[in-house]
Design a protein around this ligand. Structure first.
Ligand SMILES: [Cu+2]
Length: 165
């Protein structure tokens, strides 16, 4: 191999990823909980996967129609009490995955989102350190998907009646 070919190969190797790769962060399975009537806050959950070779840091999450969001983690303190702590940012190591799920990490969504109905899709933007962002859609799910005892169904259908012991 002559030196020109080698130089070309090295150049290609150096620049190809920068040219073709967007952020290596994948956001999937996003869903937002339909807040009970009058509630001014709800939670957003999703799976974040860093498929790249460099760490990715989530700095902010924007939700269409919401005033603002905060990333939270649920922790159990020394007294055995569950509470939430804000996460100013969240770092994902290369080839790592993070699940935002009830009982763990979540994005707290502030602002009532009064028109949010089960099945609706809303735009979510995950902002990364360095200025890149990843967009996804979150599906609105009712509280019947959880262990919450409060239900509110807009269609009034009898099939949606639940009883909690
Ligand atoms: Cu929270």
């Amino acid at each position: 191999m002559n030196i020109t070919k080698l130089a070309l190969l090295i150049t290609a190797a150096l620049y190809a990823p920068a040219l073709f790769a967007g952020p290596s962060l994948k956001i999937s399975s996003a869903w937002i909980r339909v807040p009970p009537p009058g509630a001014k806050v709800t939670a957003l959950y999703f799976t974040a996967e860093n498929t790249g070779t460099t760490a990715q840091t989530i700095t902010k999450i924007s939700v269409e129609g919401a005033n603002r969001t905060e990333m939270h983690q649920s922790i159990t303190d020394a007294k055995g009490m569950m509470r939430m702590e804000p996460l100013p940012q969240l770092k994902l190591d290369p080839n790592s995955m993070l699940n935002f799920a009830p009982g763990g990490n979540h994005a707290m969504v502030f602002g009532a989102l009064p028109k949010l109905k089960t099945g609706a899709k809303i735009k979510v933007t995950v902002h990364l350190e360095g200025g890149a962002s990843v967009q996804t859609e979150a599906v609105a799910r009712g509280s019947s998907d959880s262990d919450a005892g409060q239900h509110q169904h807009s269609n009034g259908g009898t099939a949606n009646q639940h009883h909690h012991e």
